[in-house]
Design a protein around this ligand. Structure first.
Ligand SMILES: Nc1ncnc2c1ncn2[C@@H]1O[C@H](COP(=O)(O)OP(=O)(O)OP(=O)(O)O)[C@@H](O)[C@H]1O
Ligand SMILES: [Mg+2]
Length: 515
């Protein structure tokens, strides 16, 4: 017999209970207890279903919201949309979108390993006059899970765990991610709460799809990240802390910071942007890192600039040898006005990377970026500390195609062959290419009104200074490339407008080159 078939019996019992609730005060106390005992037995006998309740709050005065309740709520929000007919829409703080949850008393069925269960959200209103910190303490909500008693083991053993785990997953994909930056230690205890990190919501749009890089290289990185996130048991088995270090290196404008944003978006992790120049010593560093949460990327940008990592060991050695009690000041040009020098050392950083900090569990990725990989102490970047070294290099043709697709929405163009050969010849960063392909929105607006203005909108940002130092033939090649990369923009604009608003430029203007 299905659960719904039990419905009639259930309603008979419910009516019985209803009348009992009205009449019970007229019965003597002992008789009342006896009747209640038999009613309970009767219910158990005719109804082979078990019910488990999960209350929203627990505790008497200092009520705490139950984590299990919110996990179940999240889990059921995915089921409710396909199964229930009445919903409640909620804007949950820190969540990306509106969350649909089942309405009160709405029943949502679910199935697990072929076993059917039913969830209902109930509301219980009490007339209690007791004082509580919870504003709506007279209204108590709880989920009721019903299932056949022959499945007791399966449901209590694995189904509830499954619900809680899935609920947590839903919460983590729904929540808005955060970008944290470390505060100077003098501000840590100034407010009413501990504030080592301050945060904003992380809304960087970069993804691996929009990242200009060879597809193969991107796939390797994505695979590596995926393996890491799924590797909890593996890391436990081999006795290593669950962390992974990446070193991104390459010239400015090759997409190192963009790659970090793409990683964070891919993994759905928070980002901790650690500014080492404001960290005074290793203890502060440790305190900061201990407060990072699991599922996060800790980023230290431009390590070669923020710490004199190469010289640190030598300096320390000199200090010991010369018995010099003076403090080393490894950070270059830092906080002179503050009159405090940072004592963060290479070994402090290494110890943390090596796993003392990671002992507080949770999956963490640490990313270092640098423009000068050759400047770094080999001890810092040896394998095992930085598990993966990723070179971000100048724009290759494949990367150019990604950018052209992002910015101009085109997959091919007659100029592509020319661009390909030019890119093989000269070094141009993806940032340079992107700048040339980008429509400047202000000018774009005016463009629809005035063709001449529109032409100015095509004006790309001049020739970089570094070019002037290059020899003449390379300069020419670069100019030709700038010209070629800009042309698809002209062509696209013509076709998308449906009519020829303007002819492709024939005259160079403002140092730029016409097609
Ligand atoms: N590989 C890339 N894919 C897509 N866009 C890129 C790429 N590289 C650079 N860009 C564009 O150039 C801009 C600058 O790139 P980004 O800040 O990531 O460079 P960087 O390598 O971190 O430079 P720096 O070393 O100066 O910090 C980005 O906003 C992005 O629009
Ligand atoms: Mg950067």
């Amino acid at each position: 017999m299905g659960f719904m078939g039990m419905g009639e019996l259930g309603s008979v019992l419910a009516s019985l209970m209803f009348f009992w609730a009205i009449l019970k005060d007229h019965f003597p106390y002992r008789l009342r207890l006896l009747i209640e005992k038999y009613i309970e037995k009767l219910v158990k006998f005719v109804c082979p279903y078990i019910e488990i309740t999960f209350h929203e709050f627990y505790g008497d005065e200092y009520m705490k919201r139950s984590k299990a309740f919110s996990d179940i709520q999240n889990y059921l929000s995915t089921k409710a949309t396909s199964q229930a007919s009445k919903f409640k829409a909620d804007v949950v703080k820190g969540s990306k979108s509106l969350i649909l949850t089942m309405d009160d008393h709405e029943e949502v069925p679910d199935e697990f390993n072929g076993v059917k269960v039913w969830w209902v959200l109930h509301k219980h209103v009490t007339n209690s006059k007791s004082f509580s910190y919870y504003p709506d303490s007279n209204e108590k909500r709880y989920f009721k899970l019903s299932f056949h008693k022959i499945h007791r083991e399966l449901i209590t053993g694995s189904y509830i765990d499954h619900v809680i785990k899935e609920g947590k997953n839903v919460a983590s994909t729904n929540r808005k991610r955060k970008l944290y930056s470390n505060n100077p230690s003098k501000d840590w205890y100034s407010g009413w709460k501990n504030s080592k990190w301050s945060h904003v919501f992380f809304e960087h749009p970069a993804t691996f799809e929009t990242l200009a890089m060879e597809t193969k290289k991107k796939d390797v990185i994505k695979e590596d990240l995926k393996k890491f996130t799924q590797g909890k048991d593996y890391y436990k088995k081999i006795g290593k802390a669950w962390k992974r270090g990446y070193l991104l290196y390459g010239p400015p404008g090759t997409g190192k910071s963009t790659m970090i944003a793409a990683m964070a978006n891919f993994l759905n992790y928070d980002v901790y942007d650690l500014e080492l120049t404001t960290v005074l010593n290793n203890t502060e560093l440790r305190n900061l890192l201990i407060e990072t949460s699991s599922k996060s990327i800790v980023v230290i940008e431009d390590i070669d600039c923020s710490l004199d990592l190469t010289g640190q060991r030598v300096k320390n050695k000199n200090k010991v040898e010369g018995n010099n009690k003076q403090k080393t000041a490894p950070i270059k040009g830092k906080e002179e006005s503050d009159n405090k020098s940072s004592e963060v050392t290479l070994s402090g950083l290494l110890n943390f990377i090596d796993g003392l900090w990671s002992a507080c569990g949770g999956e963490r990725i640490i990313v270092f970026t640098t423009n000068h990989v050759d400047k770094l102490d080999p001890a810092l970047i040896r394998r095992g500390r930085m598990d993966k070294h990723i070179e971000m290099s100048y724009c290759c043709f494949e990367a150019f195609k990604v950018l052209a697709n992002n910015y101009l929405n085109i997959d091919s163009h007659e100029l592509y062959a020319k661009i390909e050969s030019l890119l093989a010849e000269i070094n141009m960063t993806p940032a340079d290419v992107a700048e040339n392909l980008m429509m400047k929105s202000d000018e774009e607006g005016q463009a629809s009104l005035n063709v001449l203005e529109y032409k100015l909108g095509l004006h790309f940002s001049g020739v970089p200074n570094s070019l002037l130092q290059q020899n003449e033939s390379r300069l020419k090649a670069k100019q030709a490339l700038l010209q070629a990369t800009t042309c698809p923009f002209l062509f696209r604009t013509q076709s998308s407008c449906g009519q020829q608003l303007f002819k492709p430029l024939t005259q160079p203007f403002d140092g730029a080159f016409g097609c």
